[in-house]
Ligand binder design. Structure first.
Ligand code: SAH
Ligand code: SF4
Length: 372
């Protein structure tokens, strides 16, 4: 039965539901297949993106997130530009190829300008050889445009769940947390020419297997270039913590996340898939396990050590790897052990992006809505 599904080129919703429910030998079969697809399409290369979590200041109140605006137990920080550029230099000098700048959502002309200046600074120090991904939440189309023109080539904005009813349960019901607005931001990013990344959390309260299968199909319909998804992890200082009794065990969430990655690799063969930090929070070697069965991107945290403990999106977020050199070396060993090679000095652009750009010289235009 599983054999039959795995022999299909593109699984449908019923197939995906079955694949997400596999256990034991069937699950190993699914992983063998996704590993094979990975090797045939994106090969066994792993791309490094140095992750700088440069500020935990956020104007939003997502009900699952530890750094939400209303959590007044959080010590807020904003890393100085100079220190951010120093971390960027570390990535450059260590041949990472790419960098991710991530923060809580801030929206102001000053913030827009600040990111623009940082992008210019990174271009200068790396002589244009570092690819920059931004992950700074929902912004105006004009802001995204400005950042794109200053060298940001990729943007990560998770939809969190493609099910609008579930989305409404995970966010306050107001204009700042609007599902359609988030979607429109993704359309804008794509339309502007970004390599566009999104993703979901896995194992959320109220989430079903059917909904996760829909998430995978949504990613396919959105024709995403990159995906980052990982297990939902409860944080006791958030409203969603009250629903922890509905959760499956963390081990089950971890396993389900690996199955999601495997299914996605089979469904969207040439995209970049990240082995996310949340996997590591449950299983020390979790990211490497994901790389083995389908993921091809890893984001070593290069945020200066003294800020790590304050970017607590969820409990047990790994904040070790304080010594950047050590972090690099042990990752290397672990990745080699999983039959993957690190591609130093390569941008590791999404093959899917290049394929779709050559296929459709003009990207499908989406209607302009002035809502984000
Ligand atoms: N503020 C930006 C980027 C930082 S948050 C944004 O929201 O897009 C980055 C991601 O962390 C979110 O997209 C969400 O998927 C993830 N995250 C937040 N809280 C989490 C939790 N409790 N468990 C797992 N992932 C979480
Ligand atoms: Fe802010 Fe992002 Fe956390 Fe939402 S998920 S509260 S936008 S940091």
């Amino acid at each position: 039965m599983i054999e039959e599904i795995l022999n299909k080129n593109t699984p449908n919703k019923t197939d995906l539901i079955q694949l997400l429910q596999t256990e034991d030998l069937d699950m190993q079969h699914l992983f063998r297949k996704s590993k094979e697809v990975k090797e045939q399409t994106v090969q066994n290369k792993v791309y490094f993106r140095g992750l700088i979590e440069f500020s935990n200041i956020c104007r939003k109140d997502c009900l699952y997130c530890g750094i939400r605006k209303s959590n007044n137990k959080v010590h807020r920080y904003n890393i100085e530009d100079e220190e951010i550029l120093k971390a960027a230099r570390f990535a450059y000098e260590n041949h990472f190829g790419s960098l991710v700048l991530q923060s809580g959502e801030q929206k102001s002309p000053a913030f827009t300008k600040r990111i623009t200046n940082l992008l210019d600074g990174i271009q200068t120090l790396s002589k244009g050889s570092l690819r920059v991904t931004l992950s700074c939440g929902e912004q105006e189309r004009e802001t995204y445009k400005q950042w794109y023109e200053h060298g940001a080539a990729r943007y990560l904005l998770r939809i969190e769940t493609s099910d609008r009813n579930l989305y409404a349960k995970l966010h306050p019901n107001d204009a700042l947390h609007d599902f359609d607005q988030r979607l429109q931001c993704l359309y804008n990013l794509k339309d502007l020419g970004y390599q566009t990344g999104s993703g979901v959390m896995i194992g959320l309260p109220f989430q079903t297997i059917e909904s996760l299968a829909d998430d995978l199909l949504w990613m396919q319909t959105m024709d995403l270039d990159m995906v980052g998804m990982g297990p939902y992890l409860e944080h006791e200082e958030t409203p969603l913590y009250a629903f922890r009794y509905l959760l499956m065990s963390q081990q089950k969430r971890f396993e389900l996340s690996l199955k999601m990655i495997a299914c996605l690799r089979i469904l969207m063969k040439d995209i970049n898939i990240a082995a996310t930090t949340a996997l590591q929070a449950i299983d020390k070697g979790g990211r490497e396990k994901a790389l083995k069965i389908g993921a091809n991107v890893i984001m070593p945290n290069i945020t200066p050590g003294k800020f790590r403990n304050d970017y607590h999106l969820y409990s047990n977020k790994p904040s070790t790897d304080e010594n950047l050199e050590d972090c690099k070396r042990c990752l290397e060993i672990r990745i080699y052990l999983q039959d993957n090679k690190i591609a130093y000095d390569e941008w590791g652009d999404s093959k899917h992006y290049h394929n779709r750009m050559t296929k459709t010289k003009t990207i499908k235009r989406v209607p302009d809505r002035e809502i984000c």
